[in-house]
Write a protein that binds this ligand. Sequence first.
Ligand SMILES: [Zn+2]
Length: 327
Amino acid sequence: MKKIYGNNLLISNLCNMKKFGRTAHTVLFYGEKGTGKKLLAELYTSLLMCRNPVENMPCGICSICRNIQAHGHPDVTYVETSGKSGGYSVDTARKICSDAFIKPNNNTACKVYIFRDCHNMDVRTQNTLLKIIEEPPDYVYFIFTSETKADFLPTIISRCICFGVSPCTEEQAEKSLLESGFNKQAIGKAIECFHGNIGMCTEYIQNENLRQQVDLTKMLTDSIIIKDEYKLDTILYTLGKDRYAVKTVLTMLDKIIRDSAVLIHNPDADNIGCYRMGAIKLSYILTSRKAEKIHNSIERAWHTIECNVNINLALTALCAEITEIII
Ligand SMILES: [Zn+2]
């Protein structure tokens, strides 16, 4: 079983639920991408099913644990998404509602449904699931992972045990990445950008696209620093129509803006973004109020893109807004 770094309290809460026979039937792991929510979903599933736990943790070596790790256990369903936006459909939810009433075949005595990345789960799907979440058969468990609780209806949240998942420390991230066999230099660069977020560090090392997106984000920051509207607009334009790339870059830019706002008051503060030097320079030219305005503009731009507004249009508006704020 892959070692999970950080989130110790969360893990001990999961273990205690099992130890005291108070396992929650619906659990949500929420937190930023790359922090290990899926690993935690796997850990909780193994905790529910493993027959030979060691010190309240799943053994990781029995056939059940191994099947769960290989995503091959017949009583563990990784619910599939569908459609262009990769959401969970009402049909899928209906199928699960009826499947849940079929008792598990195996001697694990439970069935687990795992819904990963629930940011696209629409209201109708959630309402379809609500009934079974309210009164699940004894042997049924639901695990959701998502970046934020806000992806869910309050009625669903009120029936979930919600666990916020955090990045670990940079030291822990380094240890984990070394264990994965990456070289020290690549790890150093990844941690400089993504700190204790092991998933994003791994992606940075392995994925050329993400490295390019980091470079674009740094260039965007630089063009804000030198107040160059033309450059800002051109770089935003190069993002094209790739929604995922736009989201990644806007999220990274937002973190740099957040860092600069913190650095205005405390020049020694740790940063969460991928470009400390850029955040430091921004903190010289921005006020807290201006940083907040830019943050709001970025959020608004992303929101309009999510509402299917033309991406270039939304980014052009963002560029105009940022220029107005900094000039
Ligand atoms: Zn086991």
